[in-house]
Design a protein around this ligand. Structure first.
Ligand SMILES: Nc1ncnc2c1ncn2[C@@H]1O[C@H](COP(=O)(O)OP(=O)(O)O)[C@@H](O)[C@H]1O
Ligand SMILES: [Mg+2]
Length: 354
C-alpha cells in the first residue's frame, strides 16, 4: 500500500504502472503531460514476472517533450502501444469507476474496451481501425452538410459502410461474448453479497437494435444489419453532423431484479454493481488468460462503507494488489503480507511490514 498525505505522488505512481497495461495515462493526461514540469522527458520502467515465466519481463517507455515515445520490451524496440498491451495486465479501480452504472455510456464502453484490449490483441486492432474509419466518415458527413450525400459518389458511402460494418461486427462479437460471461460472474459475486436476494443481469445493448429486436434474438454483431443501417441513416446523419449508429454508440444494459438499474436501483446498489463489475473483470481476465491481473486501487477503499470494503477485499485478498490511500486505517484491513510504502514529495521514503 502506498500511503501518504494528499498530493504526494501516490496516484502518479499508479499512473506509471498502469501505463503499461493501457498504453496511456488513466488520468486523461496527454502523453506529454506525464513529463515532470521543467524536465525534457519522462521514463518509466517496469519489471514483472508472470506465473508462467521463470524470468522477469521488462517494459520501458521514454516520452520526450519533442518527438515520439519509444517503447521497449526486454530492451527490444516495439512499434507501438498495440504491440505492448496485453503483456502486463492490470485492473484499475478508482473512485470514478463507482459511477460505472449511474454514469454515461462512454464509461461502460471504455470498461469493455480496456478489458478486452488486454485480452485479445485482435480486438484492439479492430477497434482502433474502426475508430479511424469513423473519424474519416464523420469528416465526410461534415463535408456533405449543406450539399447532401449526392455530392459524393455512392461508392464512397458504400465503402465506409462496408469497412465499419466489418470492423464493428468483430468488435460487437467480442463484446457480446464478454458481456454474457461477465453477467454470469457478477450474478455469482452479487449473490454472495446479498445472500442471493438480488439478481443482477448485464447485456450488450446495440445502438442499431431496439430491446424488442434483441428479444427476438437478433444479433448486434450482424454485419449485414450494420451495413444496411449505415447506408439507410445517411440523410439523418448528415443533418446531425456525425455517425449515429455503430459500436461507438453501444452500451451495456444493467438490470437488477429485472429492472433497469440506472433508473431503479438505489445509489448503494449501483455502487455495489459497479464494484462487482470490476471484480468480475479480474475474474474473467484470469479465466481467459490463465493468470490474475494486478489490481490497482487508487483511493477507492476509503470511499466505501465497511460492508462494501470487506466485500471487495475478501474477493481479492490473495491477489497482487497495489492500494493507495491517505488513511493508515486501510492498511489494517489488508492481508498480513502487505507492505506500507510511505510516500512523500514524489518519493517512497520508508517501507514498513505488518
Ligand atoms: N507533470 C507534473 N510534473 C510535476 N508535478 C506534477 C505534474 N503533474 C502533477 N504534478 C503534481 O503532482 C501532485 C499530485 O500527485 P498525485 O499523485 O495526484 O498525489 P496523491 O495521489 O498522492 O494525492 C500534485 O502536487 C501536482 O501538482
Ligand atoms: Mg491520488
Amino acid at each position: 500500500m502506498l500511503w501518504g498525505k494528499n498530493a504526494q505522488g501516490k496516484s502518479n505512481m499508479l499512473e506509471g504502472i498502469y501505463f503499461f497495461a493501457r498504453g496511456r495515462s488513466f488520468r486523461g493526461a496527454k502523453e506529454k503531460e506525464m513529463i515532470r514540469f521543467g524536465d525534457s522527458q519522462a521514463s518509466i520502467s517496469l519489471d514483472f514476472v508472470r506465473d508462467t515465466d521463470r524470468y522477469p519481463t521488462n517494459l520501458c517507455v521514454n516520452i520526450p517533450s519533442e518527438g515520439r515515445k519509444t517503447l521497449l520490451r526486454n530492451g527490444a524496440r516495439l512499434t507501438g502501444s498495440k504491440e505492448m498491451i496485453g503483456a502486463f495486465r492490470a485492473v484499475l479501480f478508482c473512485p470514478a469507476h463507482l459511477t460505472l452504472v449511474s454514469g454515461g455510456p462512454a464509461l461502460r464502453r471504455s470498461f469493455m474496451d480496456i478489458a478486452l484490449s488486454q485480452l485479445y490483441p485482435a480486438y484492439l486492432d479492430s477497434l482502433s481501425r474502426y475508430n479511424k474509419v469513423l473519424l474519416q466518415r464523420n469528416a465526410l458527413i461534415k463535408k456533405a452538410q449543406g450539399v447532401g450525400k449526392g455530392a459524393f459518389d455512392n461508392y464512397i458511402w458504400e465503402t465506409y459502410a462496408d469497412q465499419m460494418a466489418t470492423l464493428g461486427a468483430d468488435v460487437a462479437a467480442r463484446r457480446l461474448e464478454y458481456m454474457s460471461l461477465l453477467s454470469a460472474s457478477i450474478e455469482e459475486l452479487f449473490g454472495e453479497m446479498t445472500d442471493g436476494r438480488e439478481k443482477p443481469s448485464l447485456s450488450y445493448r446495440s445502438s442499431l437494435l431496439s430491446e424488442k429486436d434483441e428479444d427476438k434474438g437478433e444479433r448486434a454483431a450482424d454485419k449485414e444489419k450494420l451495413y444496411s443501417a449505415l447506408l439507410s441513416g445517411i440523410d439523418r446523419e448528415i443533418h446531425m453532423g456525425a455517425t449515429l449508429y455503430g459500436v461507438h454508440k453501444d452500451d451495456i444494459l444493467i438490470k437488477l431484479n429485472s429492472k433497469d438499474a440506472r433508473t431503479y436501483a438505489s445509489q448503494g446498489q449501483q455502487r455495489s454493481l459497479a464494484l462487482s463489475m470490476k471484480l468480475a473483470e479480474g475474474e474473467l481476465s484470469k479465466r481467459i488468460s490463465g493468470e490474475y491481473p494486478v489490481f490497482l486501487l487508487d483511493d477507492v477503499l476509503s470511499e466505501l462503507d465497511s460492508d462494501r470494503r470487506r466485500f471487495v477485499l475478501s474477493n481479492i485478498a490473495d491477489r497482487q494488489l497495489i492500494v493507495t490511500s491517505c488513511e493508515p486505517d486501510i492498511f489494517r484491513s489488508l492481508s498480513g503480507e502487505a507492505r506500507l510504502l510511505h510516500t512523500q514529495n514524489g518519493k517512497i521514503v520508508d517501507i514498513d511490514g505488518k
